[in-house]
Design a protein around this ligand. Structure first.
Ligand SMILES: NC(=O)c1ccc[n+]([C@@H]2O[C@H](COP(=O)([O-])OP(=O)(O)OC[C@H]3O[C@@H](n4cnc5c(N)ncnc54)[C@H](OP(=O)(O)O)[C@@H]3O)[C@@H](O)[C@H]2O)c1
Length: 261
């Protein structure tokens, strides 16, 4: 299938590992150039090496923290300076603090609002003018399957991501005349550092072994296996490609059926 991504430029938040990296890998495999950022130079360098070794698209990496507005401005400026513009924005992060409502703290909520909510708003505000200059663009928000079915113990993640859904639906309408398409993808349990952390938290909170905690998570998934980050990379590739040009304002889960179980 031809995706038409050659010459496109994607900015990927949290692009060094997990779902962000899988997306960067998938897009560069199809010829897009990517600018990835996260907080750690070493993991960024490893990600860039793996991409450059195997894929057609170019990669540039920048150390930046989603909670820092000045750093986000620099990321966008640098990406435009290096690649000439931005066509695709992938809003992604490491995910908020885990825990049930009475366990998480006020600071945990504030951190998530700063990173998972304001981070998305700030990046959209910075990138949309560049997309308009290019005659269109694609915005993808990576949130969680918890927006379709609540996940006990992940209250901050489920709650803050509803904000992003609302934002995305609104932007999909507002930006349609500019040919900017906005969609949200909702991962279920996909094997990354974040899921490992969630399994460890379940083990600690329920006082069960790691193996039993893993089984607990598997039992929530009708397909009874964890997803591969590539599953997310492939869906996003389709959505941002020419093939996905009539899809906007959608909220799509990649979860092995967890939301409907
Ligand atoms: N994997 C799943 O099963 C699953 C399920 C539901 C929802 N999600 C959501 O999907 C998103 C991605 O999850 P993931 O599994 O890919 O997580 P991950 O493997 O932990 O990767 C997170 C990425 O974000 C970067 N990052 C974290 N905090 C950052 C910050 N403040 N500023 C800039 N970059 C930052 C990390 O690099 P550094 O740490 O080096 O900065 C890393 O590159 C999260 O929002 C998560 O809640 C995942």
């Amino acid at each position: 299938m031809e995706f038409g991504l050659e010459g496109k430029v994607a900015l990927i938040a949290g692009g060094s590992q997990g779902l962000g990296f899988a997306t960067a890998y998938a897009l560069t495999r199809e010829g897009a150039d990517v600018s990835i950022f996260s907080r750690n130079q070493e993991t960024l360098d490893n990600a860039a090496k793996m991409i450059s070794r195997n894929n057609r698209g170019k990669v540039h990496c920048i150390v930046a923290n989603l909670r820092n507005p000045n750093e986000l401005e620099k990321v966008v400026e640098k990406t435009v300076e290096i690649f000439g513009g931005i066509d695709i924005l992938i809003n992604n992060s490491g995910g908020p603090a885990l825990g049930s409502f009475m366990k998480v703290t006020e600071q945990d909520w504030l951190d998530s609002l700063e990173i998972e909510v304001m981070g998305v708003i700030r990046l959209c505000r910075l990138v949309i003018p560049h997309m308009k200059k290019r005659g269109g663009g694609r915005i993808i928000n990576i949130t969680t399957v918890g927006v379709k079915k609540p996940q006990p113990g992940l209250v901050i993640s489920d709650a803050t991501r509803h904000f992003i859904n609302g934002l995305a639906l609104n932007l999909a309408v507002e930006l349609a005349p500019d040919n900017i398409l906005v969609n949200t993808v909702c991962p279920g349990p996909i094997m990354t550092n974040r899921l490992e952390e969630a399994i460890e938290t379940t083990s600690q909170h329920q006082g069960i072994s790691l193996k039993d905690a893993e089984e607990h998570w598997l039992n929530l998934i009708p397909l009874h296996r964890f997803g591969d980050p590539k599953d997310m990379g492939d869906l996003i590739t389709f959505l941002v490609s020419d093939r996905g040009s009539f899809i906007t304002g959608d909220i799509i889960q990649v979860d092995g059926g967890k939301a409907v179980a």
